[in-house]
Write a protein that binds this ligand. Structure first.
Ligand SMILES: [Cu+2]
Length: 139
């Protein structure tokens, strides 16, 4: 079931990319053999938006964690940062493909970054507290 959903998502992504490239190429393909001296390759870099980034602020205090069961969304390959302020050690586990595991120490402003390369539902858990911080829908 999961593999099937992934296949559909992958096909959707591929076809979207193809149609975009086709329409951009269409005007320049009408005069083969001629070189266009006015083409500016640098014009494309201006159109790039800044990379998006999802930041999850987590507090672990007195055996409790906030937030729990947060519902979030992120893109494939988008940096996801978990910032932890904790009074106990724990293991931060990201159920993605590939999965990620981080050692949480005691102290403020601990930053853990990862990306997810396969679309799907990604649980971010604390294994010592047996708590789910957030579920991220990666598209
Ligand atoms: Cu886990």
């Amino acid at each position: 079931m999961k593999a099937q959903l992934f296949a559909i998502a992958a096909v959707t992504l591929l076809s979207a990319g193809c149609s975009g490239a086709d329409s951009a190429d269409a005007p320049t393909s009408s005069s083969p053999g001629t070189v266009n001296p006015s083409a500016e390759p640098s014009a494309m870099t201006d159109a790039q938006p800044p990379p998006e980034q999802l930041v999850i602020d987590v507090t672990i205090k007195g055996g409790k964690v906030t937030p729990t069961n947060d519902q979030l969304q992120a893109g494939v390959g988008e940096p996801i940062v978990v910032r932890v302020d904790s009074d106990a050690t724990d293991e931060l586990h990201v159920h993605s493909t590939p999965e990620h595991s981080f050692d949480v120490g005691i102290g403020p402003a601990q930053s853990f970054q990862f990306t997810v390369s396969v679309p799907g539902r990604v649980d971010v858990e604390l294994h010592e507290l047996h708590a789910t911080i957030a579920t991220i829908q990666v598209r």
